[in-house]
Design a protein around this ligand. Structure first.
Ligand SMILES: [Zn+2]
Length: 280
């Protein structure tokens, strides 16, 4: 992606080098009601584990490496791009886009959704309308998920911004109460549609990025490859050797790729109704 020298977002909050703090009251029972929209599937309880952070008192400035400096600039440019694209799409609908904040952190972080460890991967918390990313996920994408490339990371950010768009459009509010009303298995079906919609919205953004001429050869493939790499079936096969479709929360590799691509093809909100789609 052509990103050097382009506008960086002002909505980046740098909390690197600071501890996430210890888990606030309520324990798992109290916090489980707050949905966190993580990029990866997995057990939501992982998000809520009481983390004993030892670096709470560390208030020193975080010393970033050259590579981290590059990465933080890159994600700031991608965030700025999403601001431009979504502001325009919202404006065309007669709506106003409220820009989200992107929090950079290391190890663990405190959000309105509780304390989370970097092991859960990037996530969006609707409670404070912020995206949370530990930049080490860039290496993880490459090494653990075999999804290298800057546009793979751009897709990750665009997916989380997609959850923000869902929050602004009221979709998140419709989904969240279902968690208490439905069995886990039934709720997961909604979650998959919700997550695939975030992939679709990431595709919509990518289309507009292409329209601006900032995509390079291979970028689209990097995003599609990343979408495929984080499919529930692929992740479960890697983790335990078999697949439990009832426990899917994000969709299969094929589905994630397909919905990203659908968004890329359409470039608009129309066509992204995963909730009423017969064929996922
Ligand atoms: Zn997600």
């Amino acid at each position: 992606m052509k990103w050097r020298g382009r506008r960086e977002s002002a909505n980046v909050e740098d909390r690197r080098g600071r501890g996430g703090g210890t888990l606030i009251g309520g324990g798992i029972g109290g916090l489980i009601l707050i949905l966190v929209f993580a990029f990866l599937g997995g057990d939501p309880a992982d998000l809520m584990n009481g983390l004993q952070t030892t670096d709470d008192a560390n208030t020193g400035t975080y010393e970033e490496t050259e590579k981290e400096k590059e990465l933080s600039r890159f994600v700031s440019v991608v965030l700025a791009d999403t601001e431009d694209v979504w502001s325009e799409i919202f404006r065309q609908q007669g709506l106003v886009y409220k820009e989200p904040t992107l929090v950079l952190y290391t190890n663990s972080v405190q959000s309105a959704c509780g304390t989370s460890s970097a092991s859960v991967g990037p996530f969006y918390c609707p409670g404070d309308q912020k995206l949370y990313i530990d930049l080490s996920f860039y290496d993880e994408l490459q090494q653990r998920f075999h999804a290298p490339g800057d546009f793979a990371m751009a897709y990750v950010i665009a997916h989380e911004v997609g959850h923000h768009v869902q929050t602004l459009l009221g979709t998140s509010d419709k989904i969240m109460p279902l968690r208490q009303q439905l069995s886990e298995e039934e709720f997961n079906k909604y979650l998959v549609r919700f997550e695939l919609q975030a992939d679709y919205l990431a595709g919509v953004w990518a289309r507009h990025a292409e329209g601006k001429g900032v995509l390079e050869e291979g970028d689209l493939d990097e995003a599609l490859n990343a979408a495929s790499a984080v499919g529930d079936d692929t992740l479960q096969k890697q983790a335990r050797g078999y697949v439990v479709p009832e426990s899917f929360t994000h969709g299969t590799s094929e589905q994630r790729k397909r919905w990203f691509n659908k968004g890329f093809q359409s470039g608009s909100l129309t066509g992204g109704d995963t909730f009423n789609a017969r064929d996922l």
